[in-house]
Design a protein around this ligand. Sequence first.
Ligand code: NAD
Ligand code: LMR
Length: 328
Amino acid sequence: MVKAVVAGASGGIGQPLSLLLKASPLVDKLALYDVVNTPGVTADLSHISSIAQIEGFLPADDGLKKALTGADVVVIPAGIPRKPGMTRDDLFKINAGIVKGLIEGIAETCPDAYILIISNPVNSTVPIAAEVLKAAGKFNPKKLFGVTTLDVVRAETFVQGITGERDPSKTVIPVIGGHSGETIVPMFSQAKPAVKIPEDKLDALIHRIQFGGDEVVEAKGGAGSATLSMAYAGFRFTESIIKAAKGESGIVEPTFVYLPGVQGGEEIQKETGCDFFSVPVHLGKEGAEKVENIVSKANDYEKKLLEKCYEGLKGNISKGVEFAQNPP
Ligand code: NAD
Ligand code: LMR
């Protein structure tokens, strides 16, 4: 039996993500939580003839607690999205508090659940979550993940113009670091099968992956950021977590984790100076089993990208930790 919860279920990401989870044969129970509109979204999805039994909750009458009770996986796309001209860090003021509140609920009600954070800025909201869980004595670094799958999906898609591969998802491209601008580091040197990017195309390709989010924000002209591609990416990652939890082996996904808490992570922490980092993680029954030290395999071009990544990422992480330790 797998119970999944979506917190922020009525939003641009929340609705299509809930649809995908409702349709998934891997989910037995699905709880939708949001501060608005969950009765409507739940009624709508409940007519789909799939396995998952669905329930919706609002904050009234202990709704968060009811949604979270018995949860195995909690996916969090709650919070405001960017408008043109904003950085993800501009979302911190509002989203930091939203994530903190939800994680406090998880610590109290379902501390053993896998926690998948989509809310931006991921580079800071995941450290906030870790601190809140630590303070409650419930932190399991193997089960806390920042969802950076959309960067991987973009890398797969944008490189297709060069590889000509019919199905872009068949090329595995690790994207590591964080989830904003220059903290996003695609590692084409480690692509499988190997990909040869012409030198004159590499800068533009890397830039497009790092700033792919801006492309969508601009195109939506003030109506939000990536929602459908994020729902796809969020679902893909959630499915991997559930499959691994059910015992499927060989599942590896880049995701933003607390390095010292996962086998192999300390080495990368020393190398990068960052406590949190997205790296390919081997997923198993207990969550993050071990991380791959792909950082040490970077070529000279990627080393330069990584130096810039560390600079930005360290500040984002400290900001999250500081917020959680000394709330304003
Ligand atoms: P949205 O505004 O459409 O939806 C957000 C939802 O969160 C709304 O329904 C809102 O009512 C709900 N919400 C607000 N406070 C809440 C609370 N305390 N508890 C539960 N629900 C709450 O926004 P969106 O487009 O779905 O984006 C959501 C977040 O995901 C944003 O922060 C965005 O930047 C982020 N995002 C991350 C990635 C990624 O790759 N990690 C990709 C795209 C978007
Ligand atoms: C993305 O990468 O699309 C998301 O992080 C949303 C954003 O603000 O760009």
